[in-house]
Design a binder for this molecule. Structure first.
Ligand code: ANZ
Ligand code: ZN
Length: 856
């Protein structure tokens, strides 16, 4: 018997496709291009369901586009630098490169059985010198453009191991992962990329990204955080210096009753009086341990101190005290604020605590809404504001800025929350920053000819002391490329987000030895037409990639300014968990005796059944390899695509996996049954019988619906439902087996199925009479809709009596509402249910149903 055996056919076709080069990138330049990209994985060594979902989605898109006549680029690679490899080196003595390459090999082995249509000839790994050579080259482009610079910034310092720690190496209590020491902050000179120069462009161009989820664009906009307002200066009494503040509410300037500096502000020392010096010093020290989050948390009391100094409000001529406080951040705006307690909630609370005056200068147009125990933070009408009294906030803002400008007190200002990108890492397993520090020439780029600066291999990993690179004297000490004097290499490596900020460009020309890429090739393939990945990258990775793209465009290396045309952020894959509601512990599913009535095997307490993101600690993971071994990759793919729309979370459900397996078995029997009967297909005879017409309509409806589901919002789930309908229609039309329509139906079913379940459809396609191996189903054209086939001669009309469905009749498609009523009344169903009844009302939904409302 000819059974569906995925374990046999899947490896066979994978081998065959590989040998025949089926998945190589399209080269026919007469075709439009399509670039389908999944976010490349970190090679942890372990492929999980989240990966499988991501790559399956992209694979279907790539396969459909190929059939629709596009030349497709669908590559894969490895985001291979990062901390875990270095931790493995510290803990187990395995060199990071070896650990990483072994993981890559293992994950490739795990990817192989999924039947993904990657062009592996373009594979890249960011940790290999043939890639990071160009990461270094690109860094030097930024350096040359003045977009890479050094300044002091705080790092996590482990005082016991005398080492810098990554954020991930500091636990939630602020302790080092290795030594357990309380981590300190330490200032180091580090490298930054000037992403703030591109803040406005990054914000503006979000509008052009029509193929992105609104939610992601909003997250990016909030991260960039544009505020419009004013820069105003308050002269320090008894000094020539002024305190500049950034405010979004210049209309409240008459209500300023004090000025606050961030404790770290450079003017703090200047304004502090002798009497306050000791206290201020102590305050600053105590603040240095708080994080930014703690300092600005809304529910936390604001801490502050008077400096003893005063400033002048130039608008009112009043002297006001200068304070320092933890809620003012040194990095934002000017690091100083004008305190307006009547109209800013934080200022209000601060003023209350410290008995500072509160002066109302804005009243609501509708005074009923005033609440006395909090700031009035809305717009309104100005009072107590001299010549600006009576103006509304928006107009007052403009007038006050104009006036300030005419007096030399300030000007309009736009402020972004986005900060420059700190890219220095004091670690080994990353791209070495290609800079040599010379005492005379300063920071000198490593000359092109000396790239890449290769990571040395004879390195000790102890987790203690300076970074491994900094400990290698031979490597560190070099001659200055400019003047030849003794100089030192930069020992910092780059943030791995840099590696992933340009990999999508490299795929267009992955084997280039002379340049990071050929511009013409990149300009041809990019932007990426469909990018697919997790929402966790909604901010940083996407923002950095957009930034790189814009800089490279300005450098003349590429001709487009946005890298990703369309973005799909796929939902999580969730597994079933059994959770003890009292302890919060997750019970291992195999220990739950009765899944219908799950109780904790120890305490007997009833367990909550909830779906959560798959993870080891929750015992709810499903290993891709296990599913494939049991059902095959085609079933796994079908299930993932069918169970939920791609953006939504997906609940893993064994019964539904079974369901997809059964569907593929049905397809198998349908098609092999057809092949075994080996029918003599009649030649087309122009005039189709009503049954043939009906089947033809089902076929073309499926083509239309599947094509639309795929074109619009990647509704794979409804597309698969259409495939099920078509397979049922063919099952019902067994009488037509010799009709050319039936043959068209079988072929269409396989063609439409092939992007989703590439192996079974190839196997059955090849078994069809007159197929040859050269004509892979994946090289066939996507079926076209014949609109004439969609026109129905007859439609099914549902008959309802009092809203209850009582039967279905066939009626002419063109019938009018009146006719429909006649057909319904005269039908068998109508006669049975309407006999002796009085009809009160008839409701007709044309083309669908008729409902008789009776008098009872
Ligand atoms: C006076 C004022 C009056 C303000 C008022 C608000 C309401 P966004 O929108 O986030 O840009 N601010 C400015 N620099 C600050 C800093 N370094 N640390 C903490 N707060 C700072 O916020 C801008 C507002 O945040 C500014 O406008 C300033 O307070 C405060 F009725 O100035 B405002
Ligand atoms: Zn020099």
């Amino acid at each position: 018997e000819n059974r569906y055996q995925p374990q046999e056919i899947e490896p066979k076709w994978q081998d065959h496709w590989h040998q025949s080069g089926l998945d190589q990138t399209g080269t026919d330049t007469s075709q439009p291009k399509f670039y389908a990209l999944s976010m490349f994985p970190y090679p942890s060594g372990n492929l999980h369901m989240g990966h499988v979902r991501n790559y399956t989605i992209t694979d279907v898109i790539a396969r459909v586009k190929k059939m629709q006549g596009y030349r497709v680029l669908h590559p894969m690679g490895w985001d291979a630098f990062g901390l875990p490899a270095e931790n493995a080196a510290i803990e187990r003595g395995i060199p990071p490169a070896q650990w990483t390459e072994a993981n890559i090999t293992q994950m490739k082995t795990q990817l192989q059985p999924l039947g993904l249509s990657y062009d592996w000839s373009r594979e890249l790994a960011t940790c290999r010198p043939d890639y990071y050579r160009w990461t270094q080259w690109l860094f030097l482009q930024f350096f040359e453009a003045g977009l890479a610079y050094q300044k002091e910034a705080a790092v996590n310092w482990d005082p016991i191991d005398q080492t810098v720690l990554a954020n991930e190496q500091v636990d939630s209590e602020g302790r080092s992962w290795r030594s357990g020491a309380i981590v300190e902050r330490k200032l180091l000179r580090q490298w930054f990329l000037k992403i703030t120069d591109y803040a406005e462009a990054l914000l503006q161009d979000l509008e052009t990204l029509t193929g992105w989820p609104e939610r992601v664009k909003l997250m990016q906009a909030n991260w960039i955080g544009k505020s419009t307002g004013a820069y105003l200066e308050f002269p320090i009494v008894g000094s020539e210096q002024k305190i500049g503040v950034f405010t979004t509410r210049p209309d409240t300037v008459y209500g300023v009753t004090y000025v606050v500096l961030a404790p770290e502000h450079p003017l703090t020392q200047t304004v502090t009086t002798k009497k306050q010096q000791a206290k201020v010093k102590k305050f600053i020290e105590s603040i240095s341990h708080e994080s930014e989050l703690e300092r600005t948390a809304e529910d936390k009391p604001k801490r502050g101190l008077a400096t003893g100094g005063n400033a002048l409000n130039p608008f009112t001529g009043e002297e006001i005290p200068i304070w320092i406080a933890d809620y003012v951040l040194v990095e934002y705006g000017t690091g100083a604020v004008m305190g307006v307690p009547a109209h800013d909630q934080r200022d209000y609370e601060f003023a209350q605590q410290n008995q500072l005056p509160i002066k109302t200068v804005i009243i609501p147009a509708n005074p009923e809404v005033v609440k006395l125990d909090q700031a009035y933070t809305e717009s309104g009408i100005l009072i107590n504001s001299g010549e600006f009294d009576g103006l509304e906030s928006p107009i007052a803002k403009t007038k006050i800025i104009e006036f300030a400008e005419s007096q030399g007190w300030g000007r309009a200002r736009i402020q972004y929350r986005l900060r420059d990108w700190l890219i220095s890492r004091q670690r080994y397993w990353g791209v070495p920053i290609p800079i040599i520090h010379c005492p005379d020439c300063g920071a000198v780029p490593v000359p092109d000819a000396d790239l890449p600066v290769v990571l040395p291999e004879n390195v000790a990993f102890t987790g203690r002391g300076a970074s491994p690179l900094a400990q290698l004297e031979d490597w560190v000490n070099v001659k200055c490329p400019t003047c030849g004097k003794p100089a030192k290499r930069e020992t910092d490596t780059m943030d791995t987000f840099i590696d992933s900020s340009w990999y999508f460009l490299r795929y267009a020309d992955a084997r280039n030895q002379e340049k990071p890429f050929d511009s013409a090739l990149v300009n041809d393939w990019l932007p990426v037409d469909q990018y697919v990945g997790g929402i966790e990258h909604a901010i940083l990775h996407l923002l950095y990639s957009r930034f790189f793209t814009k800089v490279l465009k300005d450098r003349g290396l590429i001709n487009f300014s946005e890298p990703f045309q369309r973005l799909l952020t796929q939902g999580m894959v969730q597994g079933k968990t059994y959770k003890n509601p009292q302890t919060g512990k997750y019970v291992i599913p195999s220990q739950v005796k009765d899944p219908n009535n799950p109780v904790d095997p120890e305490s007997g307490i009833a367990l909550d059944v909830v779906y959560e993101k798959m993870s080891k600690s929750k015992h709810n993971g499903v290993a891709p390899g296990d599913v494939i071994a049991k059902y095959g990759a085609d079933t796994a793919r079908m299930f993932i695509l069918f169970k939920a729309p791609p953006e939504k979370d997906l609940e893993w459900d064994d019964a539904d996996v079974e369901g997809q397996f059964r569907f593929l078995n049905r397809v198998w029997r349908l098609v092999t049954g057809y092949i075994e009967k080996n029918p003599q297909v009649q030649s087309a005879h122009g005039e189709w019988s009503p049954d043939e017409k009906k089947l033809r309509r089902a076929i073309h409806t499926a083509i239309k619906e599947v094509s639309e589901d795929l074109a619009q919002d990647h509704q794979f789930n409804t597309a698969i439902s259409e495939l099920m309908k078509l397979s049922n229609a063919l099952g019902d039309a067994a009488d037509l087996i010799t009709s050319p329509i039936y043959q068209e139906g079988i072929k269409t079913l396989l063609l439409l199925l092939s992007p989703f379940a590439p192996h079974i459809s190839e196997e059955l396609w090849q078994q069809l009479p007159n197929q040859t191996l050269e004509k892979s189903i994946h090289l066939q054209a996507w079926p076209k809709v014949d609109p004439t086939a969609l026109v129905a001669d007859e439609i099914s009309l549902v008959i309802q009596i009092m809203g209850k469905t009582r039967g279905v009749i066939q009626v002419p498609a063109q019938a009018e509402a009146n006719d429909l009523e006649t057909y319904a009344r005269n039908s068998e169903v109508g006669e049975r249910y309407l006999a002796g009844q009085t009809v009160k009302k008839v409701i007709v939904v044309p083309g669908k149903l008729i409902n008789f409302v009776l008098v009872n």
